[in-house]
Write a protein that binds this ligand. Sequence first.
Ligand code: ZN
Length: 329
Amino acid sequence: MSDILSSKDLKYLLIDSLSLYTEDSRYISGKNPYCFLINKKTFYIFIHNVHDSGKGRTNTDECRIQVSKSKNFLAAQASGLPVLFLGYSTADNTFTAWDPLEQTKRINKKKVISLYSRFSTLKRAAENGLAVYIDDDKQVIVSFKPEYLGLYLENFQGIHKSNEENLLNLIKTSDLTAPTEEEVGEKVNLGKVQFVVTHRQFRRDPDFRVAVYEAYSERCAMCGIQLELVEAAHIVPHSEAGGKDELVNGLCLCSLHHKAYDKGLIYVDAEYKILINEPKIEYLTKVKKDGGFPKFSKLQFDKLELPRSRAAYPSKEYIKIGNKLRGIS
Ligand SMILES: [Zn+2]
């Protein structure tokens, strides 16, 4: 089936989805469960494609994921960090999350567990942004659109104690909450539960921009375009401790290449060669978001167009770190 995403695809899906919520998000390490940092908190995310329950099922609305106690899973659990259980449906473009407290108790007793929900709940989530299914054990299972994945991570404990009405209000609040430079954003009380919504945005340093523009003569280092369409891009993102506003951590890129670089669609190696990140293209093809790729792939040079001054060349060390943070391996 073409709509089943591989482990690597799911990693890119998580990176993309979390960046919709906050700039303070990044992939750290791990392979299913994946370790992510969101608004200064660290989580493991275990994720699988949601599928039907298989042979012999009586309820055609029933869907599930299966979790097995793999080596990676046990290592994540041993870290003491929260391990969250997610399903993803490409057909509905929604995540489904099960209560990690309940599921951890179950998996501690068994090698493989099945986590169930309903296809109709996934469909409602695709329409309304979020939907809840309550199972026979009164577990609150929540499905939501990708832009709310960060909101879920920030509030997972409260979310599994809440209900659909309050959670629909929570996503509405998230939609209306303005970005902040603070580490903790807006506090919201819904029912008896307190939630927090943090759309973090980092301050841009105007001196950094001026220095980058000057070094590159306001020309995109990847395609050569000027036309007042360029931006000062950070190699190590400013969400990082090492993401400094120094010239050697900068690249002058047009808006298109800046976005493509930040999203890990395109990257630069230690020889300043410009390369397409093939696994990301494979992922985008599977989720049917690869339109225009042949055109895009012809836009850039083979190599970065570097500044005249050697001292302004991008740091190779930063390039290495930046690639890793964008999920390029
Ligand atoms: Zn460009």
